[in-house]
Design a protein around this ligand. Structure first.
Ligand code: AMP
Ligand code: ZN
Length: 107
């Protein structure tokens, strides 16, 4: 938990979101500025700044996210396929410094 982090505030409920899925590892909600008909954000409950800060202790979490992505895509009807994006650092276009995966589809 980082007091200044938007996604930590979404996880605690301090900032509202439109969740579609939660479990012990992640929360999944709709991106507020969607770039596709389906645009979800998969956000670990743990405050990890970016992929640069992922360590061996996060292996289970990261595998969990990878296996969750196709399930979420299927639930959203993205049977033709989907796109996943992880922006890392300001040079990678990251704006919210709490690790997250974009799931996009229905283009
Ligand atoms: P990134 O550039 O990878 O850090 O992506 C941050 C994403 O968070 C952008 O796609 C924003 O539209 C999205 N975003 C920012 N604020 C909110 C919010 N309050 N609820 C949902 N999505 C948000
Ligand atoms: Zn955070």
């Amino acid at each position: 938990m980082n007091e200044n982090c938007l996604f930590c505030k979404i996880i605690t409920g301090e900032v509202p979101s439109t969740p579609v899925y939660t479990d012990e590892y992640v929360i999944v909600f709709w991106d507020i500025n969607p770039q596709a008909p389906v645009h979800l954000l998969i956000v670990p409950r743990e405050h990890i700044i970016s992929l640069n800060e992922v360590e061996e202790k996060h292996d289970k979490l990261m595998a969990h996210i990878m296996r969750l992505l196709p399930k979420l895509a299927h639930e959203q009807g993205l049977d033709k396929g989907f796109r996943t994006v992880i922006n890392t650092g300001s040079g990678g276009g990251q704006e919210v410094f709490h690790l997250h995966v974009h799931l996009l589809g229905g283009f």
